[in-house]
Ligand binder design. Structure first.
Ligand code: C2E
Ligand code: CA
Ligand code: CA
Length: 726
C-alpha cells in the first residue's frame, strides 16, 4: 500500500510517513471499510497490484487472489443488450491509456451478477512512462439492474419476449450502416398472420395472446442464432437475417416458417389454425437504408397476401407499380356493384356417366369501363383484402339464386364463398334470404368453400357449418389438395362433394406423373365418405378419359363449355336438351412456359440484346445472336442484377438453347429468379456511386458492361411479336 500511494508526497523523504500522510491513510482505510467505495490499482501490464479486501470479498475472493490477475479478467463490459454496440470496450480504453469515467462493468463471474461503476486514471512516472491505473469502484448492482429492466421493457415485447419495434428498427439501422461499409448483405422478412383476428375475436384476447406467444416460440425454433426476431405489434413479426442474399435459401426458410406456423395450435383446450404471409427484401439489392428495405418488405408482404394467403414473396420492382394498380382497382371495385359492371356467368358441371349437365358454377365477371374484362383471379383477392368481398359475395349469392330459379328444377347452382365471407357471422342469414327471395329450393344451392375456411377458431367454423347444413344447402370442398386441409377435416365437415383442383388434372396424362394416382386416391376417399367428385379444368379428350377411368362422378372444364352468361344458359337449355358433348383436342399438351422478355446476353465483355422465349429452372431458349457455337459460355442478364451463367447446348441460326450453371429458383409466385444478384456494391466498386443507385435498380449495369469488349457474334433484330408468331 505504501508503495502505491507514495507518489502523493514527492517532496518528502522515503521511509517515514508524514503526519499528513498518516491522516490520509487512516481516512482512506475508514472509507474502504465503511463500504462507501473501494480502491484498486494496476501495473504497467494491466495486472492488479491492489484491491480493497472487501471489494474482493464481494465477488467471493480475497484480495491476495485478485492481485496479479489481469484487470480485464475481473471487469467485463456488459454488451448483451447494448443495441448499437458502439460503446468502447474496457480493453480498448486500457490499451489507449485513457481515463475511465464511471464505467459500469460486471465484476467477477458471469453467473453472479455484480455490477460496479469504476473510475480510474492512468499513472505516469516522471519520464512519462505508463505505470498503471489508480482507480476506485462502487457497487451499483441495484440501480444497474433497475436500469436494465427498464431498458428491457423499452426494447422487448413483454408478451413474447421478442425484440419490439423500437429495438428492431435500431438494430436494422445499425446493421445496415455497418454492413454498408463492409459490403455485406442482409435480408429482412416481414410476417403477417392470416386469420389471427378471427381467433382473437372469437376466442378472446387472452387466447390471442397465448397464440402470439406460441407463434414466437415456433419462430425462435426455426430462426437460428444469427437472425433476430421481433414483434412489431399486433400480429406483425419481423426477422433480420444478416449475411444471407441467397434467394433459394431464404425461400426455404420462408416456406418452413409458413409450414410451421400453419400447424394447429392448442389454446386453452381449443384448437386454432392460422397461416402466415411473408414478404422478403434483401439489402443492398432491394434497398440500402433501413427505410427502403422496410418499404420493400411491406410491398412484398402485400403482394404475398394478394396472391392468396400462406405465401411468401420476394420484393421486385414490378411490385411498386402493382401496388398502385391494386389501389386503383380497389377504388373502382367499390363502385362496380352500384354501376352494374358485375355479371354472373355460369359454367356447366357434367355427369361423367351420361354427359348430362347437373348444374352450373357461378363465376363472377367484371367489365371495367376502361380496363375491360378483369379476371376474378385479379379482383377477388383485392375484394378479400378490403372486405368488399362481403357485399360482392352477397350480391353473387342473390344473383345466382335468382338466375337458377329460371332453370329446370333438377339443376343446381354452385356459388364460390371466400374464407372471409365464411367467417362473417351474417353468411347463414344472407343465404337464407337469397333462397327466400328467389324461391330456389335449398338443395339446389351449392356453396363452394376452400380449405382456407378451416383457419381460425374451429368452434366458430363448426357452428357456421351447422347453420348452413340446417338450411339444407349442399356444401362443396373446392380446390381440394392445394391448401392446408388435412384429411381429418373431410371426415368431420359435412361435405357433399369434393372438387379436384385443376392442377391435378393437368399433366395427369403424361407418363411418370403422379397426378393420376392422386386423383384416384381422392376419388376413393370421396367414395368411402359418400361424396361426389368433380374434376375441374378438363380440356382434352385424354384428360376426360383419365378422370372418368379414375372414377370422378362429375367433370367441369373447357372440354364441355366455358362459363356463359345467364341468357346463353337459358338459350342452351331451351328445348330440354341437357346433354353436352365434349369438344376438344385429343391430347393435353403441357404448355411450355412461354416467356417473351427482352434480356441481355453477355459474351466476352460485349452485351447483346436478345429475346428470351422458353424459360425453365435449368435453361432457356434465346433469340437474337447468330450462329453461336454449342459449348459457348454466355451470361444472361435477366434484369435487376440477375446474371445467370449458361452454356449453349443447341444452336440454330439465331436461336440457342442454353443450360444454366446454377438452376433458377421460384420466387414464391411461380416466377423464376436467380439465387444471387450482382451486388450494387460491386458496381460501386467499379466507379459507380452507391447513392446513384435507386433501391433495387441497376440502371447502369447494361451501360457498364456494354462499354467494354467487341462483338463476336452477329446481332439480329427480333421483335417480340414476330417470335410469338413463330
Ligand atoms: P375456381 O373456383 O377454381 O373456379 C374455376 C376456374 O377455373 C374459373 O376461373 C373457370 O373459368 C376456370 N376453368 C374452368 N374450366 C377450365 C379449363 O378447362 N381450363 C382452364 N384453364 N380453366 C378452367 P375464373 O372464372 O377465372 O375464376 C377464378 C377464381 O376466382 C375462381 O376459381 C374462384 O376462386 C374465384 N371466383 C370467381 N367468381 C367468384 C365469386 O363469385 N365469389 C368468390 N368468392 N370467388 C369467385
Ligand atoms: Ca369454385
Ligand atoms: Ca377450383
Amino acid at each position: 500500500m505504501r508503495g502505491l500511494f507514495k507518489s502523493g508526497g514527492a517532496g518528502r523523504g522515503a521511509g517515514a510517513l508524514g503526519e499528513d500522510a498518516l491522516r490520509r491513510l487512516s481516512l482512506f482505510e475508514d472509507f474502504e471499510s465503511a463500504g462507501i467505495g473501494w480502491f484498486w490499482a494496476s501495473d504497467a501490464e494491466d495486472r492488479f497490484i491492489y484491491i480493497t479486501e472487501t471489494a474482493a470479498n464481494a465477488i467471493g475472493k480475497t484480495a491476495a487472489e485478485v492481485v496479479g490477475s489481469p484487470v480485464s479478467s475481473l471487469f467485463a463490459t456488459d454488451q448483451e443488450d447494448d443495441v448499437e454496440r458502439t460503446s468502447r470496450t474496457l480493453p480498448f480504453i486500457l490499451r489507449a491509456r485513457n481515463s475511465i469515467n464511471d464505467m459500469v462493468v460486471r465484476a467477477g463471474e458471469e453467473e453472479r451478477a455484480i455490477w460496479w461503476s469504476i473510475k480510474a486514471r492512468p499513472h505516469f512516472d516522471a519520464d512519462g512512462e505508463f505505470q498503471g491505473y489508480r482507480g476506485s469502484a462502487k457497487d451499483v448492482t441495484r440501480t444497474h439492474q433497475q436500469q436494465k429492466d427498464a431498458s428491457r421493457l423499452a426494447q422487448f415485447d413483454s408478451l413474447t419476449g421478442l425484440s419490439n419495434r423500437h429495438r428492431m428498427s435500431k438494430r436494422l439501422n445499425a446493421i445496415l450502416t455497418s454492413f454498408q461499409a463492409a459490403k455485406r448483405s442482409c435480408a429482412l422478412m416481414m410476417l403477417d398472420l392470416d386469420r389471427f383476428k378471427q381467433v382473437n375475436d372469437t376466442l378472446g384476447h387472452p387466447a390471442g395472446d397465448e397464440l402470439l406467444k406460441q407463434v414466437a416460440q415456433r419462430l425462435e425454433r426455426i430462426v437460428d442464432k444469427g437472425g433476430e426476431i421481433g414483434r412489431l405489434g399486433g400480429d406483425e413479426f419481423q426477422i433480420i437475417l444478416p449475411d444471407i442474399d441467397d434467394r433459394g435459401r431464404l425461400g426455404e426458410i420462408a416456406a418452413r416458417i409458413i409450414q410451421m406456423l400453419s400447424q394447429p395450435y392448442s389454446i386453452e383446450g381449443s384448437r386454432a389454425v392460422i397461416g402466415t404471409s411473408i414478404g422478403i427484401a434483401i439489402a443492398p439489392y432491394d434497398g440500402i437504408t433501413s427505410d427502403e428495405l422496410v418499404k420493400a418488405t411491406d410491398l412484398a408482404l402485400y403482394a404475398a397476401k394478394g396472391d392468396g394467403r400462406g405465401q411468401y414473396r420476394f420484393y421486385s420492382n414490378e411490385l411498386k407499380d402493382g401496388a398502385q394498380e391494386r389501389r386503383e382497382i380497389e377504388e373502382d371495385l367499390r363502385d362496380a356493384l352500384s354501376r352494374g359492371e358485375l355479371r354472373m356467368h355460369y359454367q356447366p358441371i357434367i355427369r361423367t356417366s351420361d354427359n348430362v349437365v347437373t348444374g352450373f358454377e357461378a363465376l363472377m365477371r367484371w367489365n371495367h369501363p376502361e380496363r375491360g374484362q378483369i379476371s376474378p383471379e385479379e379482383f377477388i383477392p383485392i375484394a378479400e383484402e378490403s372486405n368488399l368481398i362481403v357485399p360482392l359475395g352477397e350480391w353473387a349469392i342473390r344473383q345466382a339464386c335468382e338466375d337458377a330459379s329460371q332453370w329446370p328444377a333438377k339443376l343446381t347452382v354452385s356459388v364460390n364463398i371466400s374464407a372471409n365471407q365464411f367467417s362473417a357471422p351474417t353468411l347463414p342469414s344472407i343465404v337464407a334470404n337469397a333462397l327466400a327471395a328467389s324461391g330456389l329450393p335449398p338443395k339446389r344451392l351449392e356453396l363452394e368453400i376452400t380449405e382456407g375456411v378451416f383457419m381460425g377458431d374451429a368452434a366458430a367454423v363448426d357452428a357456421t357449418f351447422e347453420k348452413l347444413k340446417a338450411l339444407g344447402v349442399r356444401l362443396v370442398l373446392d380446390d381440394f389438395g392445394t391448401g392446408y386441409a388435412s384429411l381429418g377435416i373431410l371426415r368431420k365437415a359435412p361435405f357433399d362433394k369434393i372438387k379436384i383442383d385443376q392442377s391435378f388434372v393437368h399433366g395427369s396424362t403424361e407418363p411418370d406423373n403422379s397426378n393420376s394416382a392422386i386423383i384416384a386416391a381422392i376419388v376413393s376417399l370421396a367414395q368411402a365418405l359418400v361424396m361426389e367428385t368433380t374434376a375441374e379444368g378438363v380440356e382434352a379428350m385424354d384428360e376426360l378419359a383419365l378422370v372418368k377411368k379414375r372414377g370422378a362422378t362429375h367433370v367441369q372444364g373447357f372440354i364441355y363449355s366455358r362459363a356463359i352468361d345467364a341468357t346463353e344458359v337459358l338459350e342452351r337449355l331451351k328445348g330440354g336438351n341437357l346433354v353436352f358433348e365434349p369438344v376438344g383436342p385429343a391430347k393435353y399438351r403441357a404448355e411450355r412456359r412461354r416467356v417473351f422478355r427482352s434480356i441481355g446476353v453477355i459474351h466476352e465483355n460485349h452485351r447483346y440484346d436478345a429475346v428470351m422465349r422458353d424459360l425453365s429452372k435449368n435453361g432457356a431458349k434465346i433469340e437474337g445472336l447468330l450462329d453461336v457455337p454449342v459449348g459457348t459460355k454466355l451470361v444472361l442478364d435477366l434484369g435487376g442484377g440477375q446474371l445467370a451463367v449458361a452454356t449453349v447446348r443447341r444452336s440454330q441460326d439465331a436461336t440457342q438453347g442454353v443450360e444454366f450453371e446454377q438452376p433458377l429458383i421460384n420466387d414464391g409466385r411461380d416466377n423464376l429468379v436467380t439465387r444471387h444478384r450482382v451486388s450494387p456494391y460491386a458496381l460501386a466498386a467499379a466507379g459507380m456511386p452507391l447513392s446513384a443507385l435507386p433501391p433495387g435498380h441497376y440502371p447502369l449495369i447494361e451501360e457498364y458492361i456494354k462499354s467494354g469488349g467487341k462483338a463476336r457474334f452477329m446481332q439480329v433484330e427480333v421483335s417480340m411479336t414476330a417470335s410469338r408468331a413463330a
